[in-house]
Structure formats: structure tokens, C-alpha cells
Design a protein around this ligand. Structure first.
Ligand SMILES: Nc1ncnc2c1ncn2[C@@H]1O[C@H](COP(=O)(O)OP(=O)(O)OP(=O)(O)O)[C@@H](O)[C@H]1O
Ligand SMILES: [Mg+2]
Length: 335
């Protein structure tokens, strides 16, 4: 059988491990629990699981357990009979019924409350359920795949997730590694997204400079692939020329990877002073506080260098107390 990875890009050994399990588990009917930090591609992986299963021609029905108010979730999942509760004007078919023959994707399962967890456990064990307010038992011919960015074992020990449901879901665990552990994939994905967004947003191609590539590989990507994707879209819109250079990178990335950012230039080309404009913040991709911090760093450093580091003289130049100056220098690690 040819295997469809559904656009999951990457060739790192960490991801290849995931593909190996995916290829084995997709054609089976087992329940799978996909875990991984936010933005690691859990949804893509679930789509690949379904696409490569015997149920591929039947629906994949997702439901985001974290996005639906808890009092509505049960009826979303299992449907309800007319008159089951005040606003149940007509009978509603739930997601488990819509998915007959296919797959139900319980996304953000960690957000589901304990009362509903019992009902999911029953569907998994007995393969049947009732609509809310209904008496007829309905057979559930569905495969269940769940995903979460929470550590469910920890939730179990805190008592917020049922242990029996955890074991029932975790028949096959599929763990998506964070992007920072996927080494070469960072640049492969960066190039892939850049190519895509450049076609969409500009007439010319764009590529990261070698320094930028090194920085991208060192950054921790807390938002994982989603963060990288959004970042490349931003670059495709904001960058002039055909290279992303270090100066184009946001302060957040530069700080974390230990790259010194040149302080914002406040002196206009003509030489005279001008007040900073909002566009300066935008140009340097800084927030107000970071921007002001840079200005302060620069003025403190200038004052100190003018008076050969003598603090009370520098304080005098700056019009602040010596103790205030020392406090600031300590905070900024400039002492
Ligand atoms: N390996 C990959 N190759 C290509 N695109 C990817 C990859 N992983 C993730 N993406 C893209 O990154 C974005 C986030 O992925 P996805 O929504 O699957 O993450 P998630 O783990 O479900 O996140 P969350 O926990 O926030 O729901 C999507 O646009 C997806 O297409
Ligand atoms: Mg998701």
C-alpha cells in the first residue's frame, strides 16, 4: 500500500520514528492517542492516520472538546432527541453518528470534563451510545483518535482525567516531538513555507541568509511548526530584497539566541533629533517596552563611557540619582 503522509514535511530521525508507527497503526482499527506540544502537527497526523486507514472513504469527523461549552458537548457528540432539554426543538444527530464507518477525532481531549469522560469510555468499550434524552441504543462503528497537548498522565494523577479512559485511549501512543528536536526539519520547513508564501505574497523568491539559518536552528520554537509557518508568512510580506537578514528577525528570536540587536537608530539621516514614531517600533518589530529599554540601554552606556564609568558623574549627566542608576544597571546586567 502506498503511504500518504498528507503533507507532513520532515526527514529528521525524530519524525521518521513517528512515520514508522504511523504506517503500522493507520491500517489497524486501534484507538490512537496523539500527544505533542501546541503546533507540532497533531491534526495533520490524525488526517494521515485516517487517510491511510480502511475507513479512508468514510468521514473523518473532528470535534474540538476544548472549544465547545461543556453543557453542549454531550449533545454535539451523541446528538439529542427533540425535547430532551429546553432548546432541543428538533432531533439532532451527533458526531459519533455522523462518523459511522469512519473516524471520530476527539481533539483537545484533555479539556473534557469528568462526567463526559465516562460516556466516552462507554462508547470505546461497548461500541454503543444513546442520544441525549433518547432511549434507543445506537451502535457506533467508529474508530476513535484523540489528541491533546496536555500531559494526560499528570492530569490522571491530579484527578482531572480518568485513569481508565487514559489507558483505553492510549492503546497506541503517538508522540509528536517538538520542532526544536527535529534538527534539519527546521530549515526544510522554513524553505517550504517561504516558497509557498512568496508565491502568494510577492513576485520574487526569498531565502534566509546563512546567519539567519543558524539562528533559526538555535531558536526554541515554543509555538513549533505553527510559529515557524506564521513567521515565514510575515517575512514574505515584510522583507525587501531577496534575503532574510539578521536585522529582519524579531527581537524575541534574537534575544533568545543571544544575538545583539543594533539599537534603533533615532537620528534622522539629516542628522537632527527626531521623536520616535510608531513606524520605528514596527520596523524593528519591537514592543513599546523593548523599544524604550533599548533607548535606555544606549543612553546609560553613552553616559558611562563619557565619564569613564564614574557612576555619580554618569548619574548627574542623566539627571537621576546614583542609586537609581546602579539599580538600573543591575537590572540590565550592565554592572
Ligand atoms: N511536519 C509538518 N509539515 C508541514 N506543515 C506542518 C507540519 N506540522 C505542522 N504543520 C502545519 O503547522 C500548523 C499547525 O499544525 P496542527 O494544527 O496540525 O498542530 P496541532 O499540533 O494540532 O496544534 P494545536 O495543539 O495548537 O491544536 C498547520 O498549519 C499545519 O499544516
Ligand atoms: Mg490541533
Amino acid at each position: 500500500m502506498t503511504f500518504d503522509t498528507c503533507g507532513i514535511i520532515g526527514n529528521s530521525s525524530a519524525l521518521q520514528g513517528v512515520f514508522r508507527i504511523l504506517a503500522k497503526v493507520a491500517p489497524s482499527d486501534s484507538t490512537v492517542l496523539v500527544t505533542g506540544e501546541s503546533g507540532t502537527g497533531k491534526e495533520l497526523l490524525v488526517r494521515a492516520l485516517h487517510r491511510n486507514s480502511k475507513r479512508a472513504e468514510k468521514p473523518l469527523v473532528p470535534i474540538n472538546c476544548g472549544a465547545i461549552p461543556r453543557e453542549l458537548l454531550e449533545s454535539e457528540l451523541f446528538g439529542h432527541e427533540k425535547g430532551a432539554f429546553t432548546h432541543a426543538i428538533r432531533t439532532k444527530v451527533g458526531r459519533f453518528e455522523l462518523a459511522q464507518g469512519g473516524t471520530v477525532f476527539l481533539d483537545e481531549i484533555g479539556e473534557m470534563d469528568l462526567a463526559l469522560q465516562v460516556k466516552i469510555l462507554r462508547v470505546l468499550q461497548e461500541r454503543e451510545f444513546e442520544r441525549v434524552g433518547g432511549t434507543k441504543t445506537i451502535k457506533a462503528d467508529v474508530r476513535v483518535i484523540a489528541a491533546t497537548n496536555r500531559d494526560l498522565e499528570e492530569e490522571v494523577s491530579k484527578g482531572t482525567f480518568r485513569e481508565d479512559l487514559f489507558y483505553r485511549l492510549n492503546v497506541i501512543p503517538l508522540i509528536l516531538p517538538p520542532l526544536r528536536e527535529r534538527g534539519p526539519d527546521i530549515l526544510t520547513l522554513a524553505r517550504h513555507f517561504l516558497a509557498r508564501f512568496c508565491t502568494e505574497h510577492r513576485s520574487s523568491a526569498l531565502e534566509p541568509s546563512p546567519e539567519v539559518n543558524a539562528i533559526l536552528q538555535n531558536y526554541s520554537w515554543p509555538g513549533n511548526v505553527r510559529e515557524l509557518e506564521n513567521f515565514m508568512e510575515r517575512m514574505s510580506i515584510l522583507c525587501d530584497g531577496d534575503q532574510i537578514s539578521v536585522a529582519d528577525l524579531p527581537d524575541k528570536i534574537l534575544r533568545e539566541t543571544g544575538v545583539e540587536l543594533p539599537p534603533p537608530a533615532l537620528v534622522a539621516e539629516t542628522g537632527g533629533f527626531r521623536w520616535p514614531e510608531l513606524s520605528d517600533l514596527r520596523e524593528h518589530q519591537l514592543g513599546l517596552k523593548e523599544f524604550l529599554d533599548h533607548i535606555e540601554d544606549r543612553l546609560l552606556a553613552q553616559a558611562l563611557s563619557e565619564v569613564d564609568g564614574i557612576k555619580n558623574k554618569a548619574a548627574e549627566l542623566l539627571g537621576i540619582k546614583r542609586t537609581t542608576l546602579i539599580e538600573k544597571l543591575k537590572k540590565k546586567n550592565m554592572l
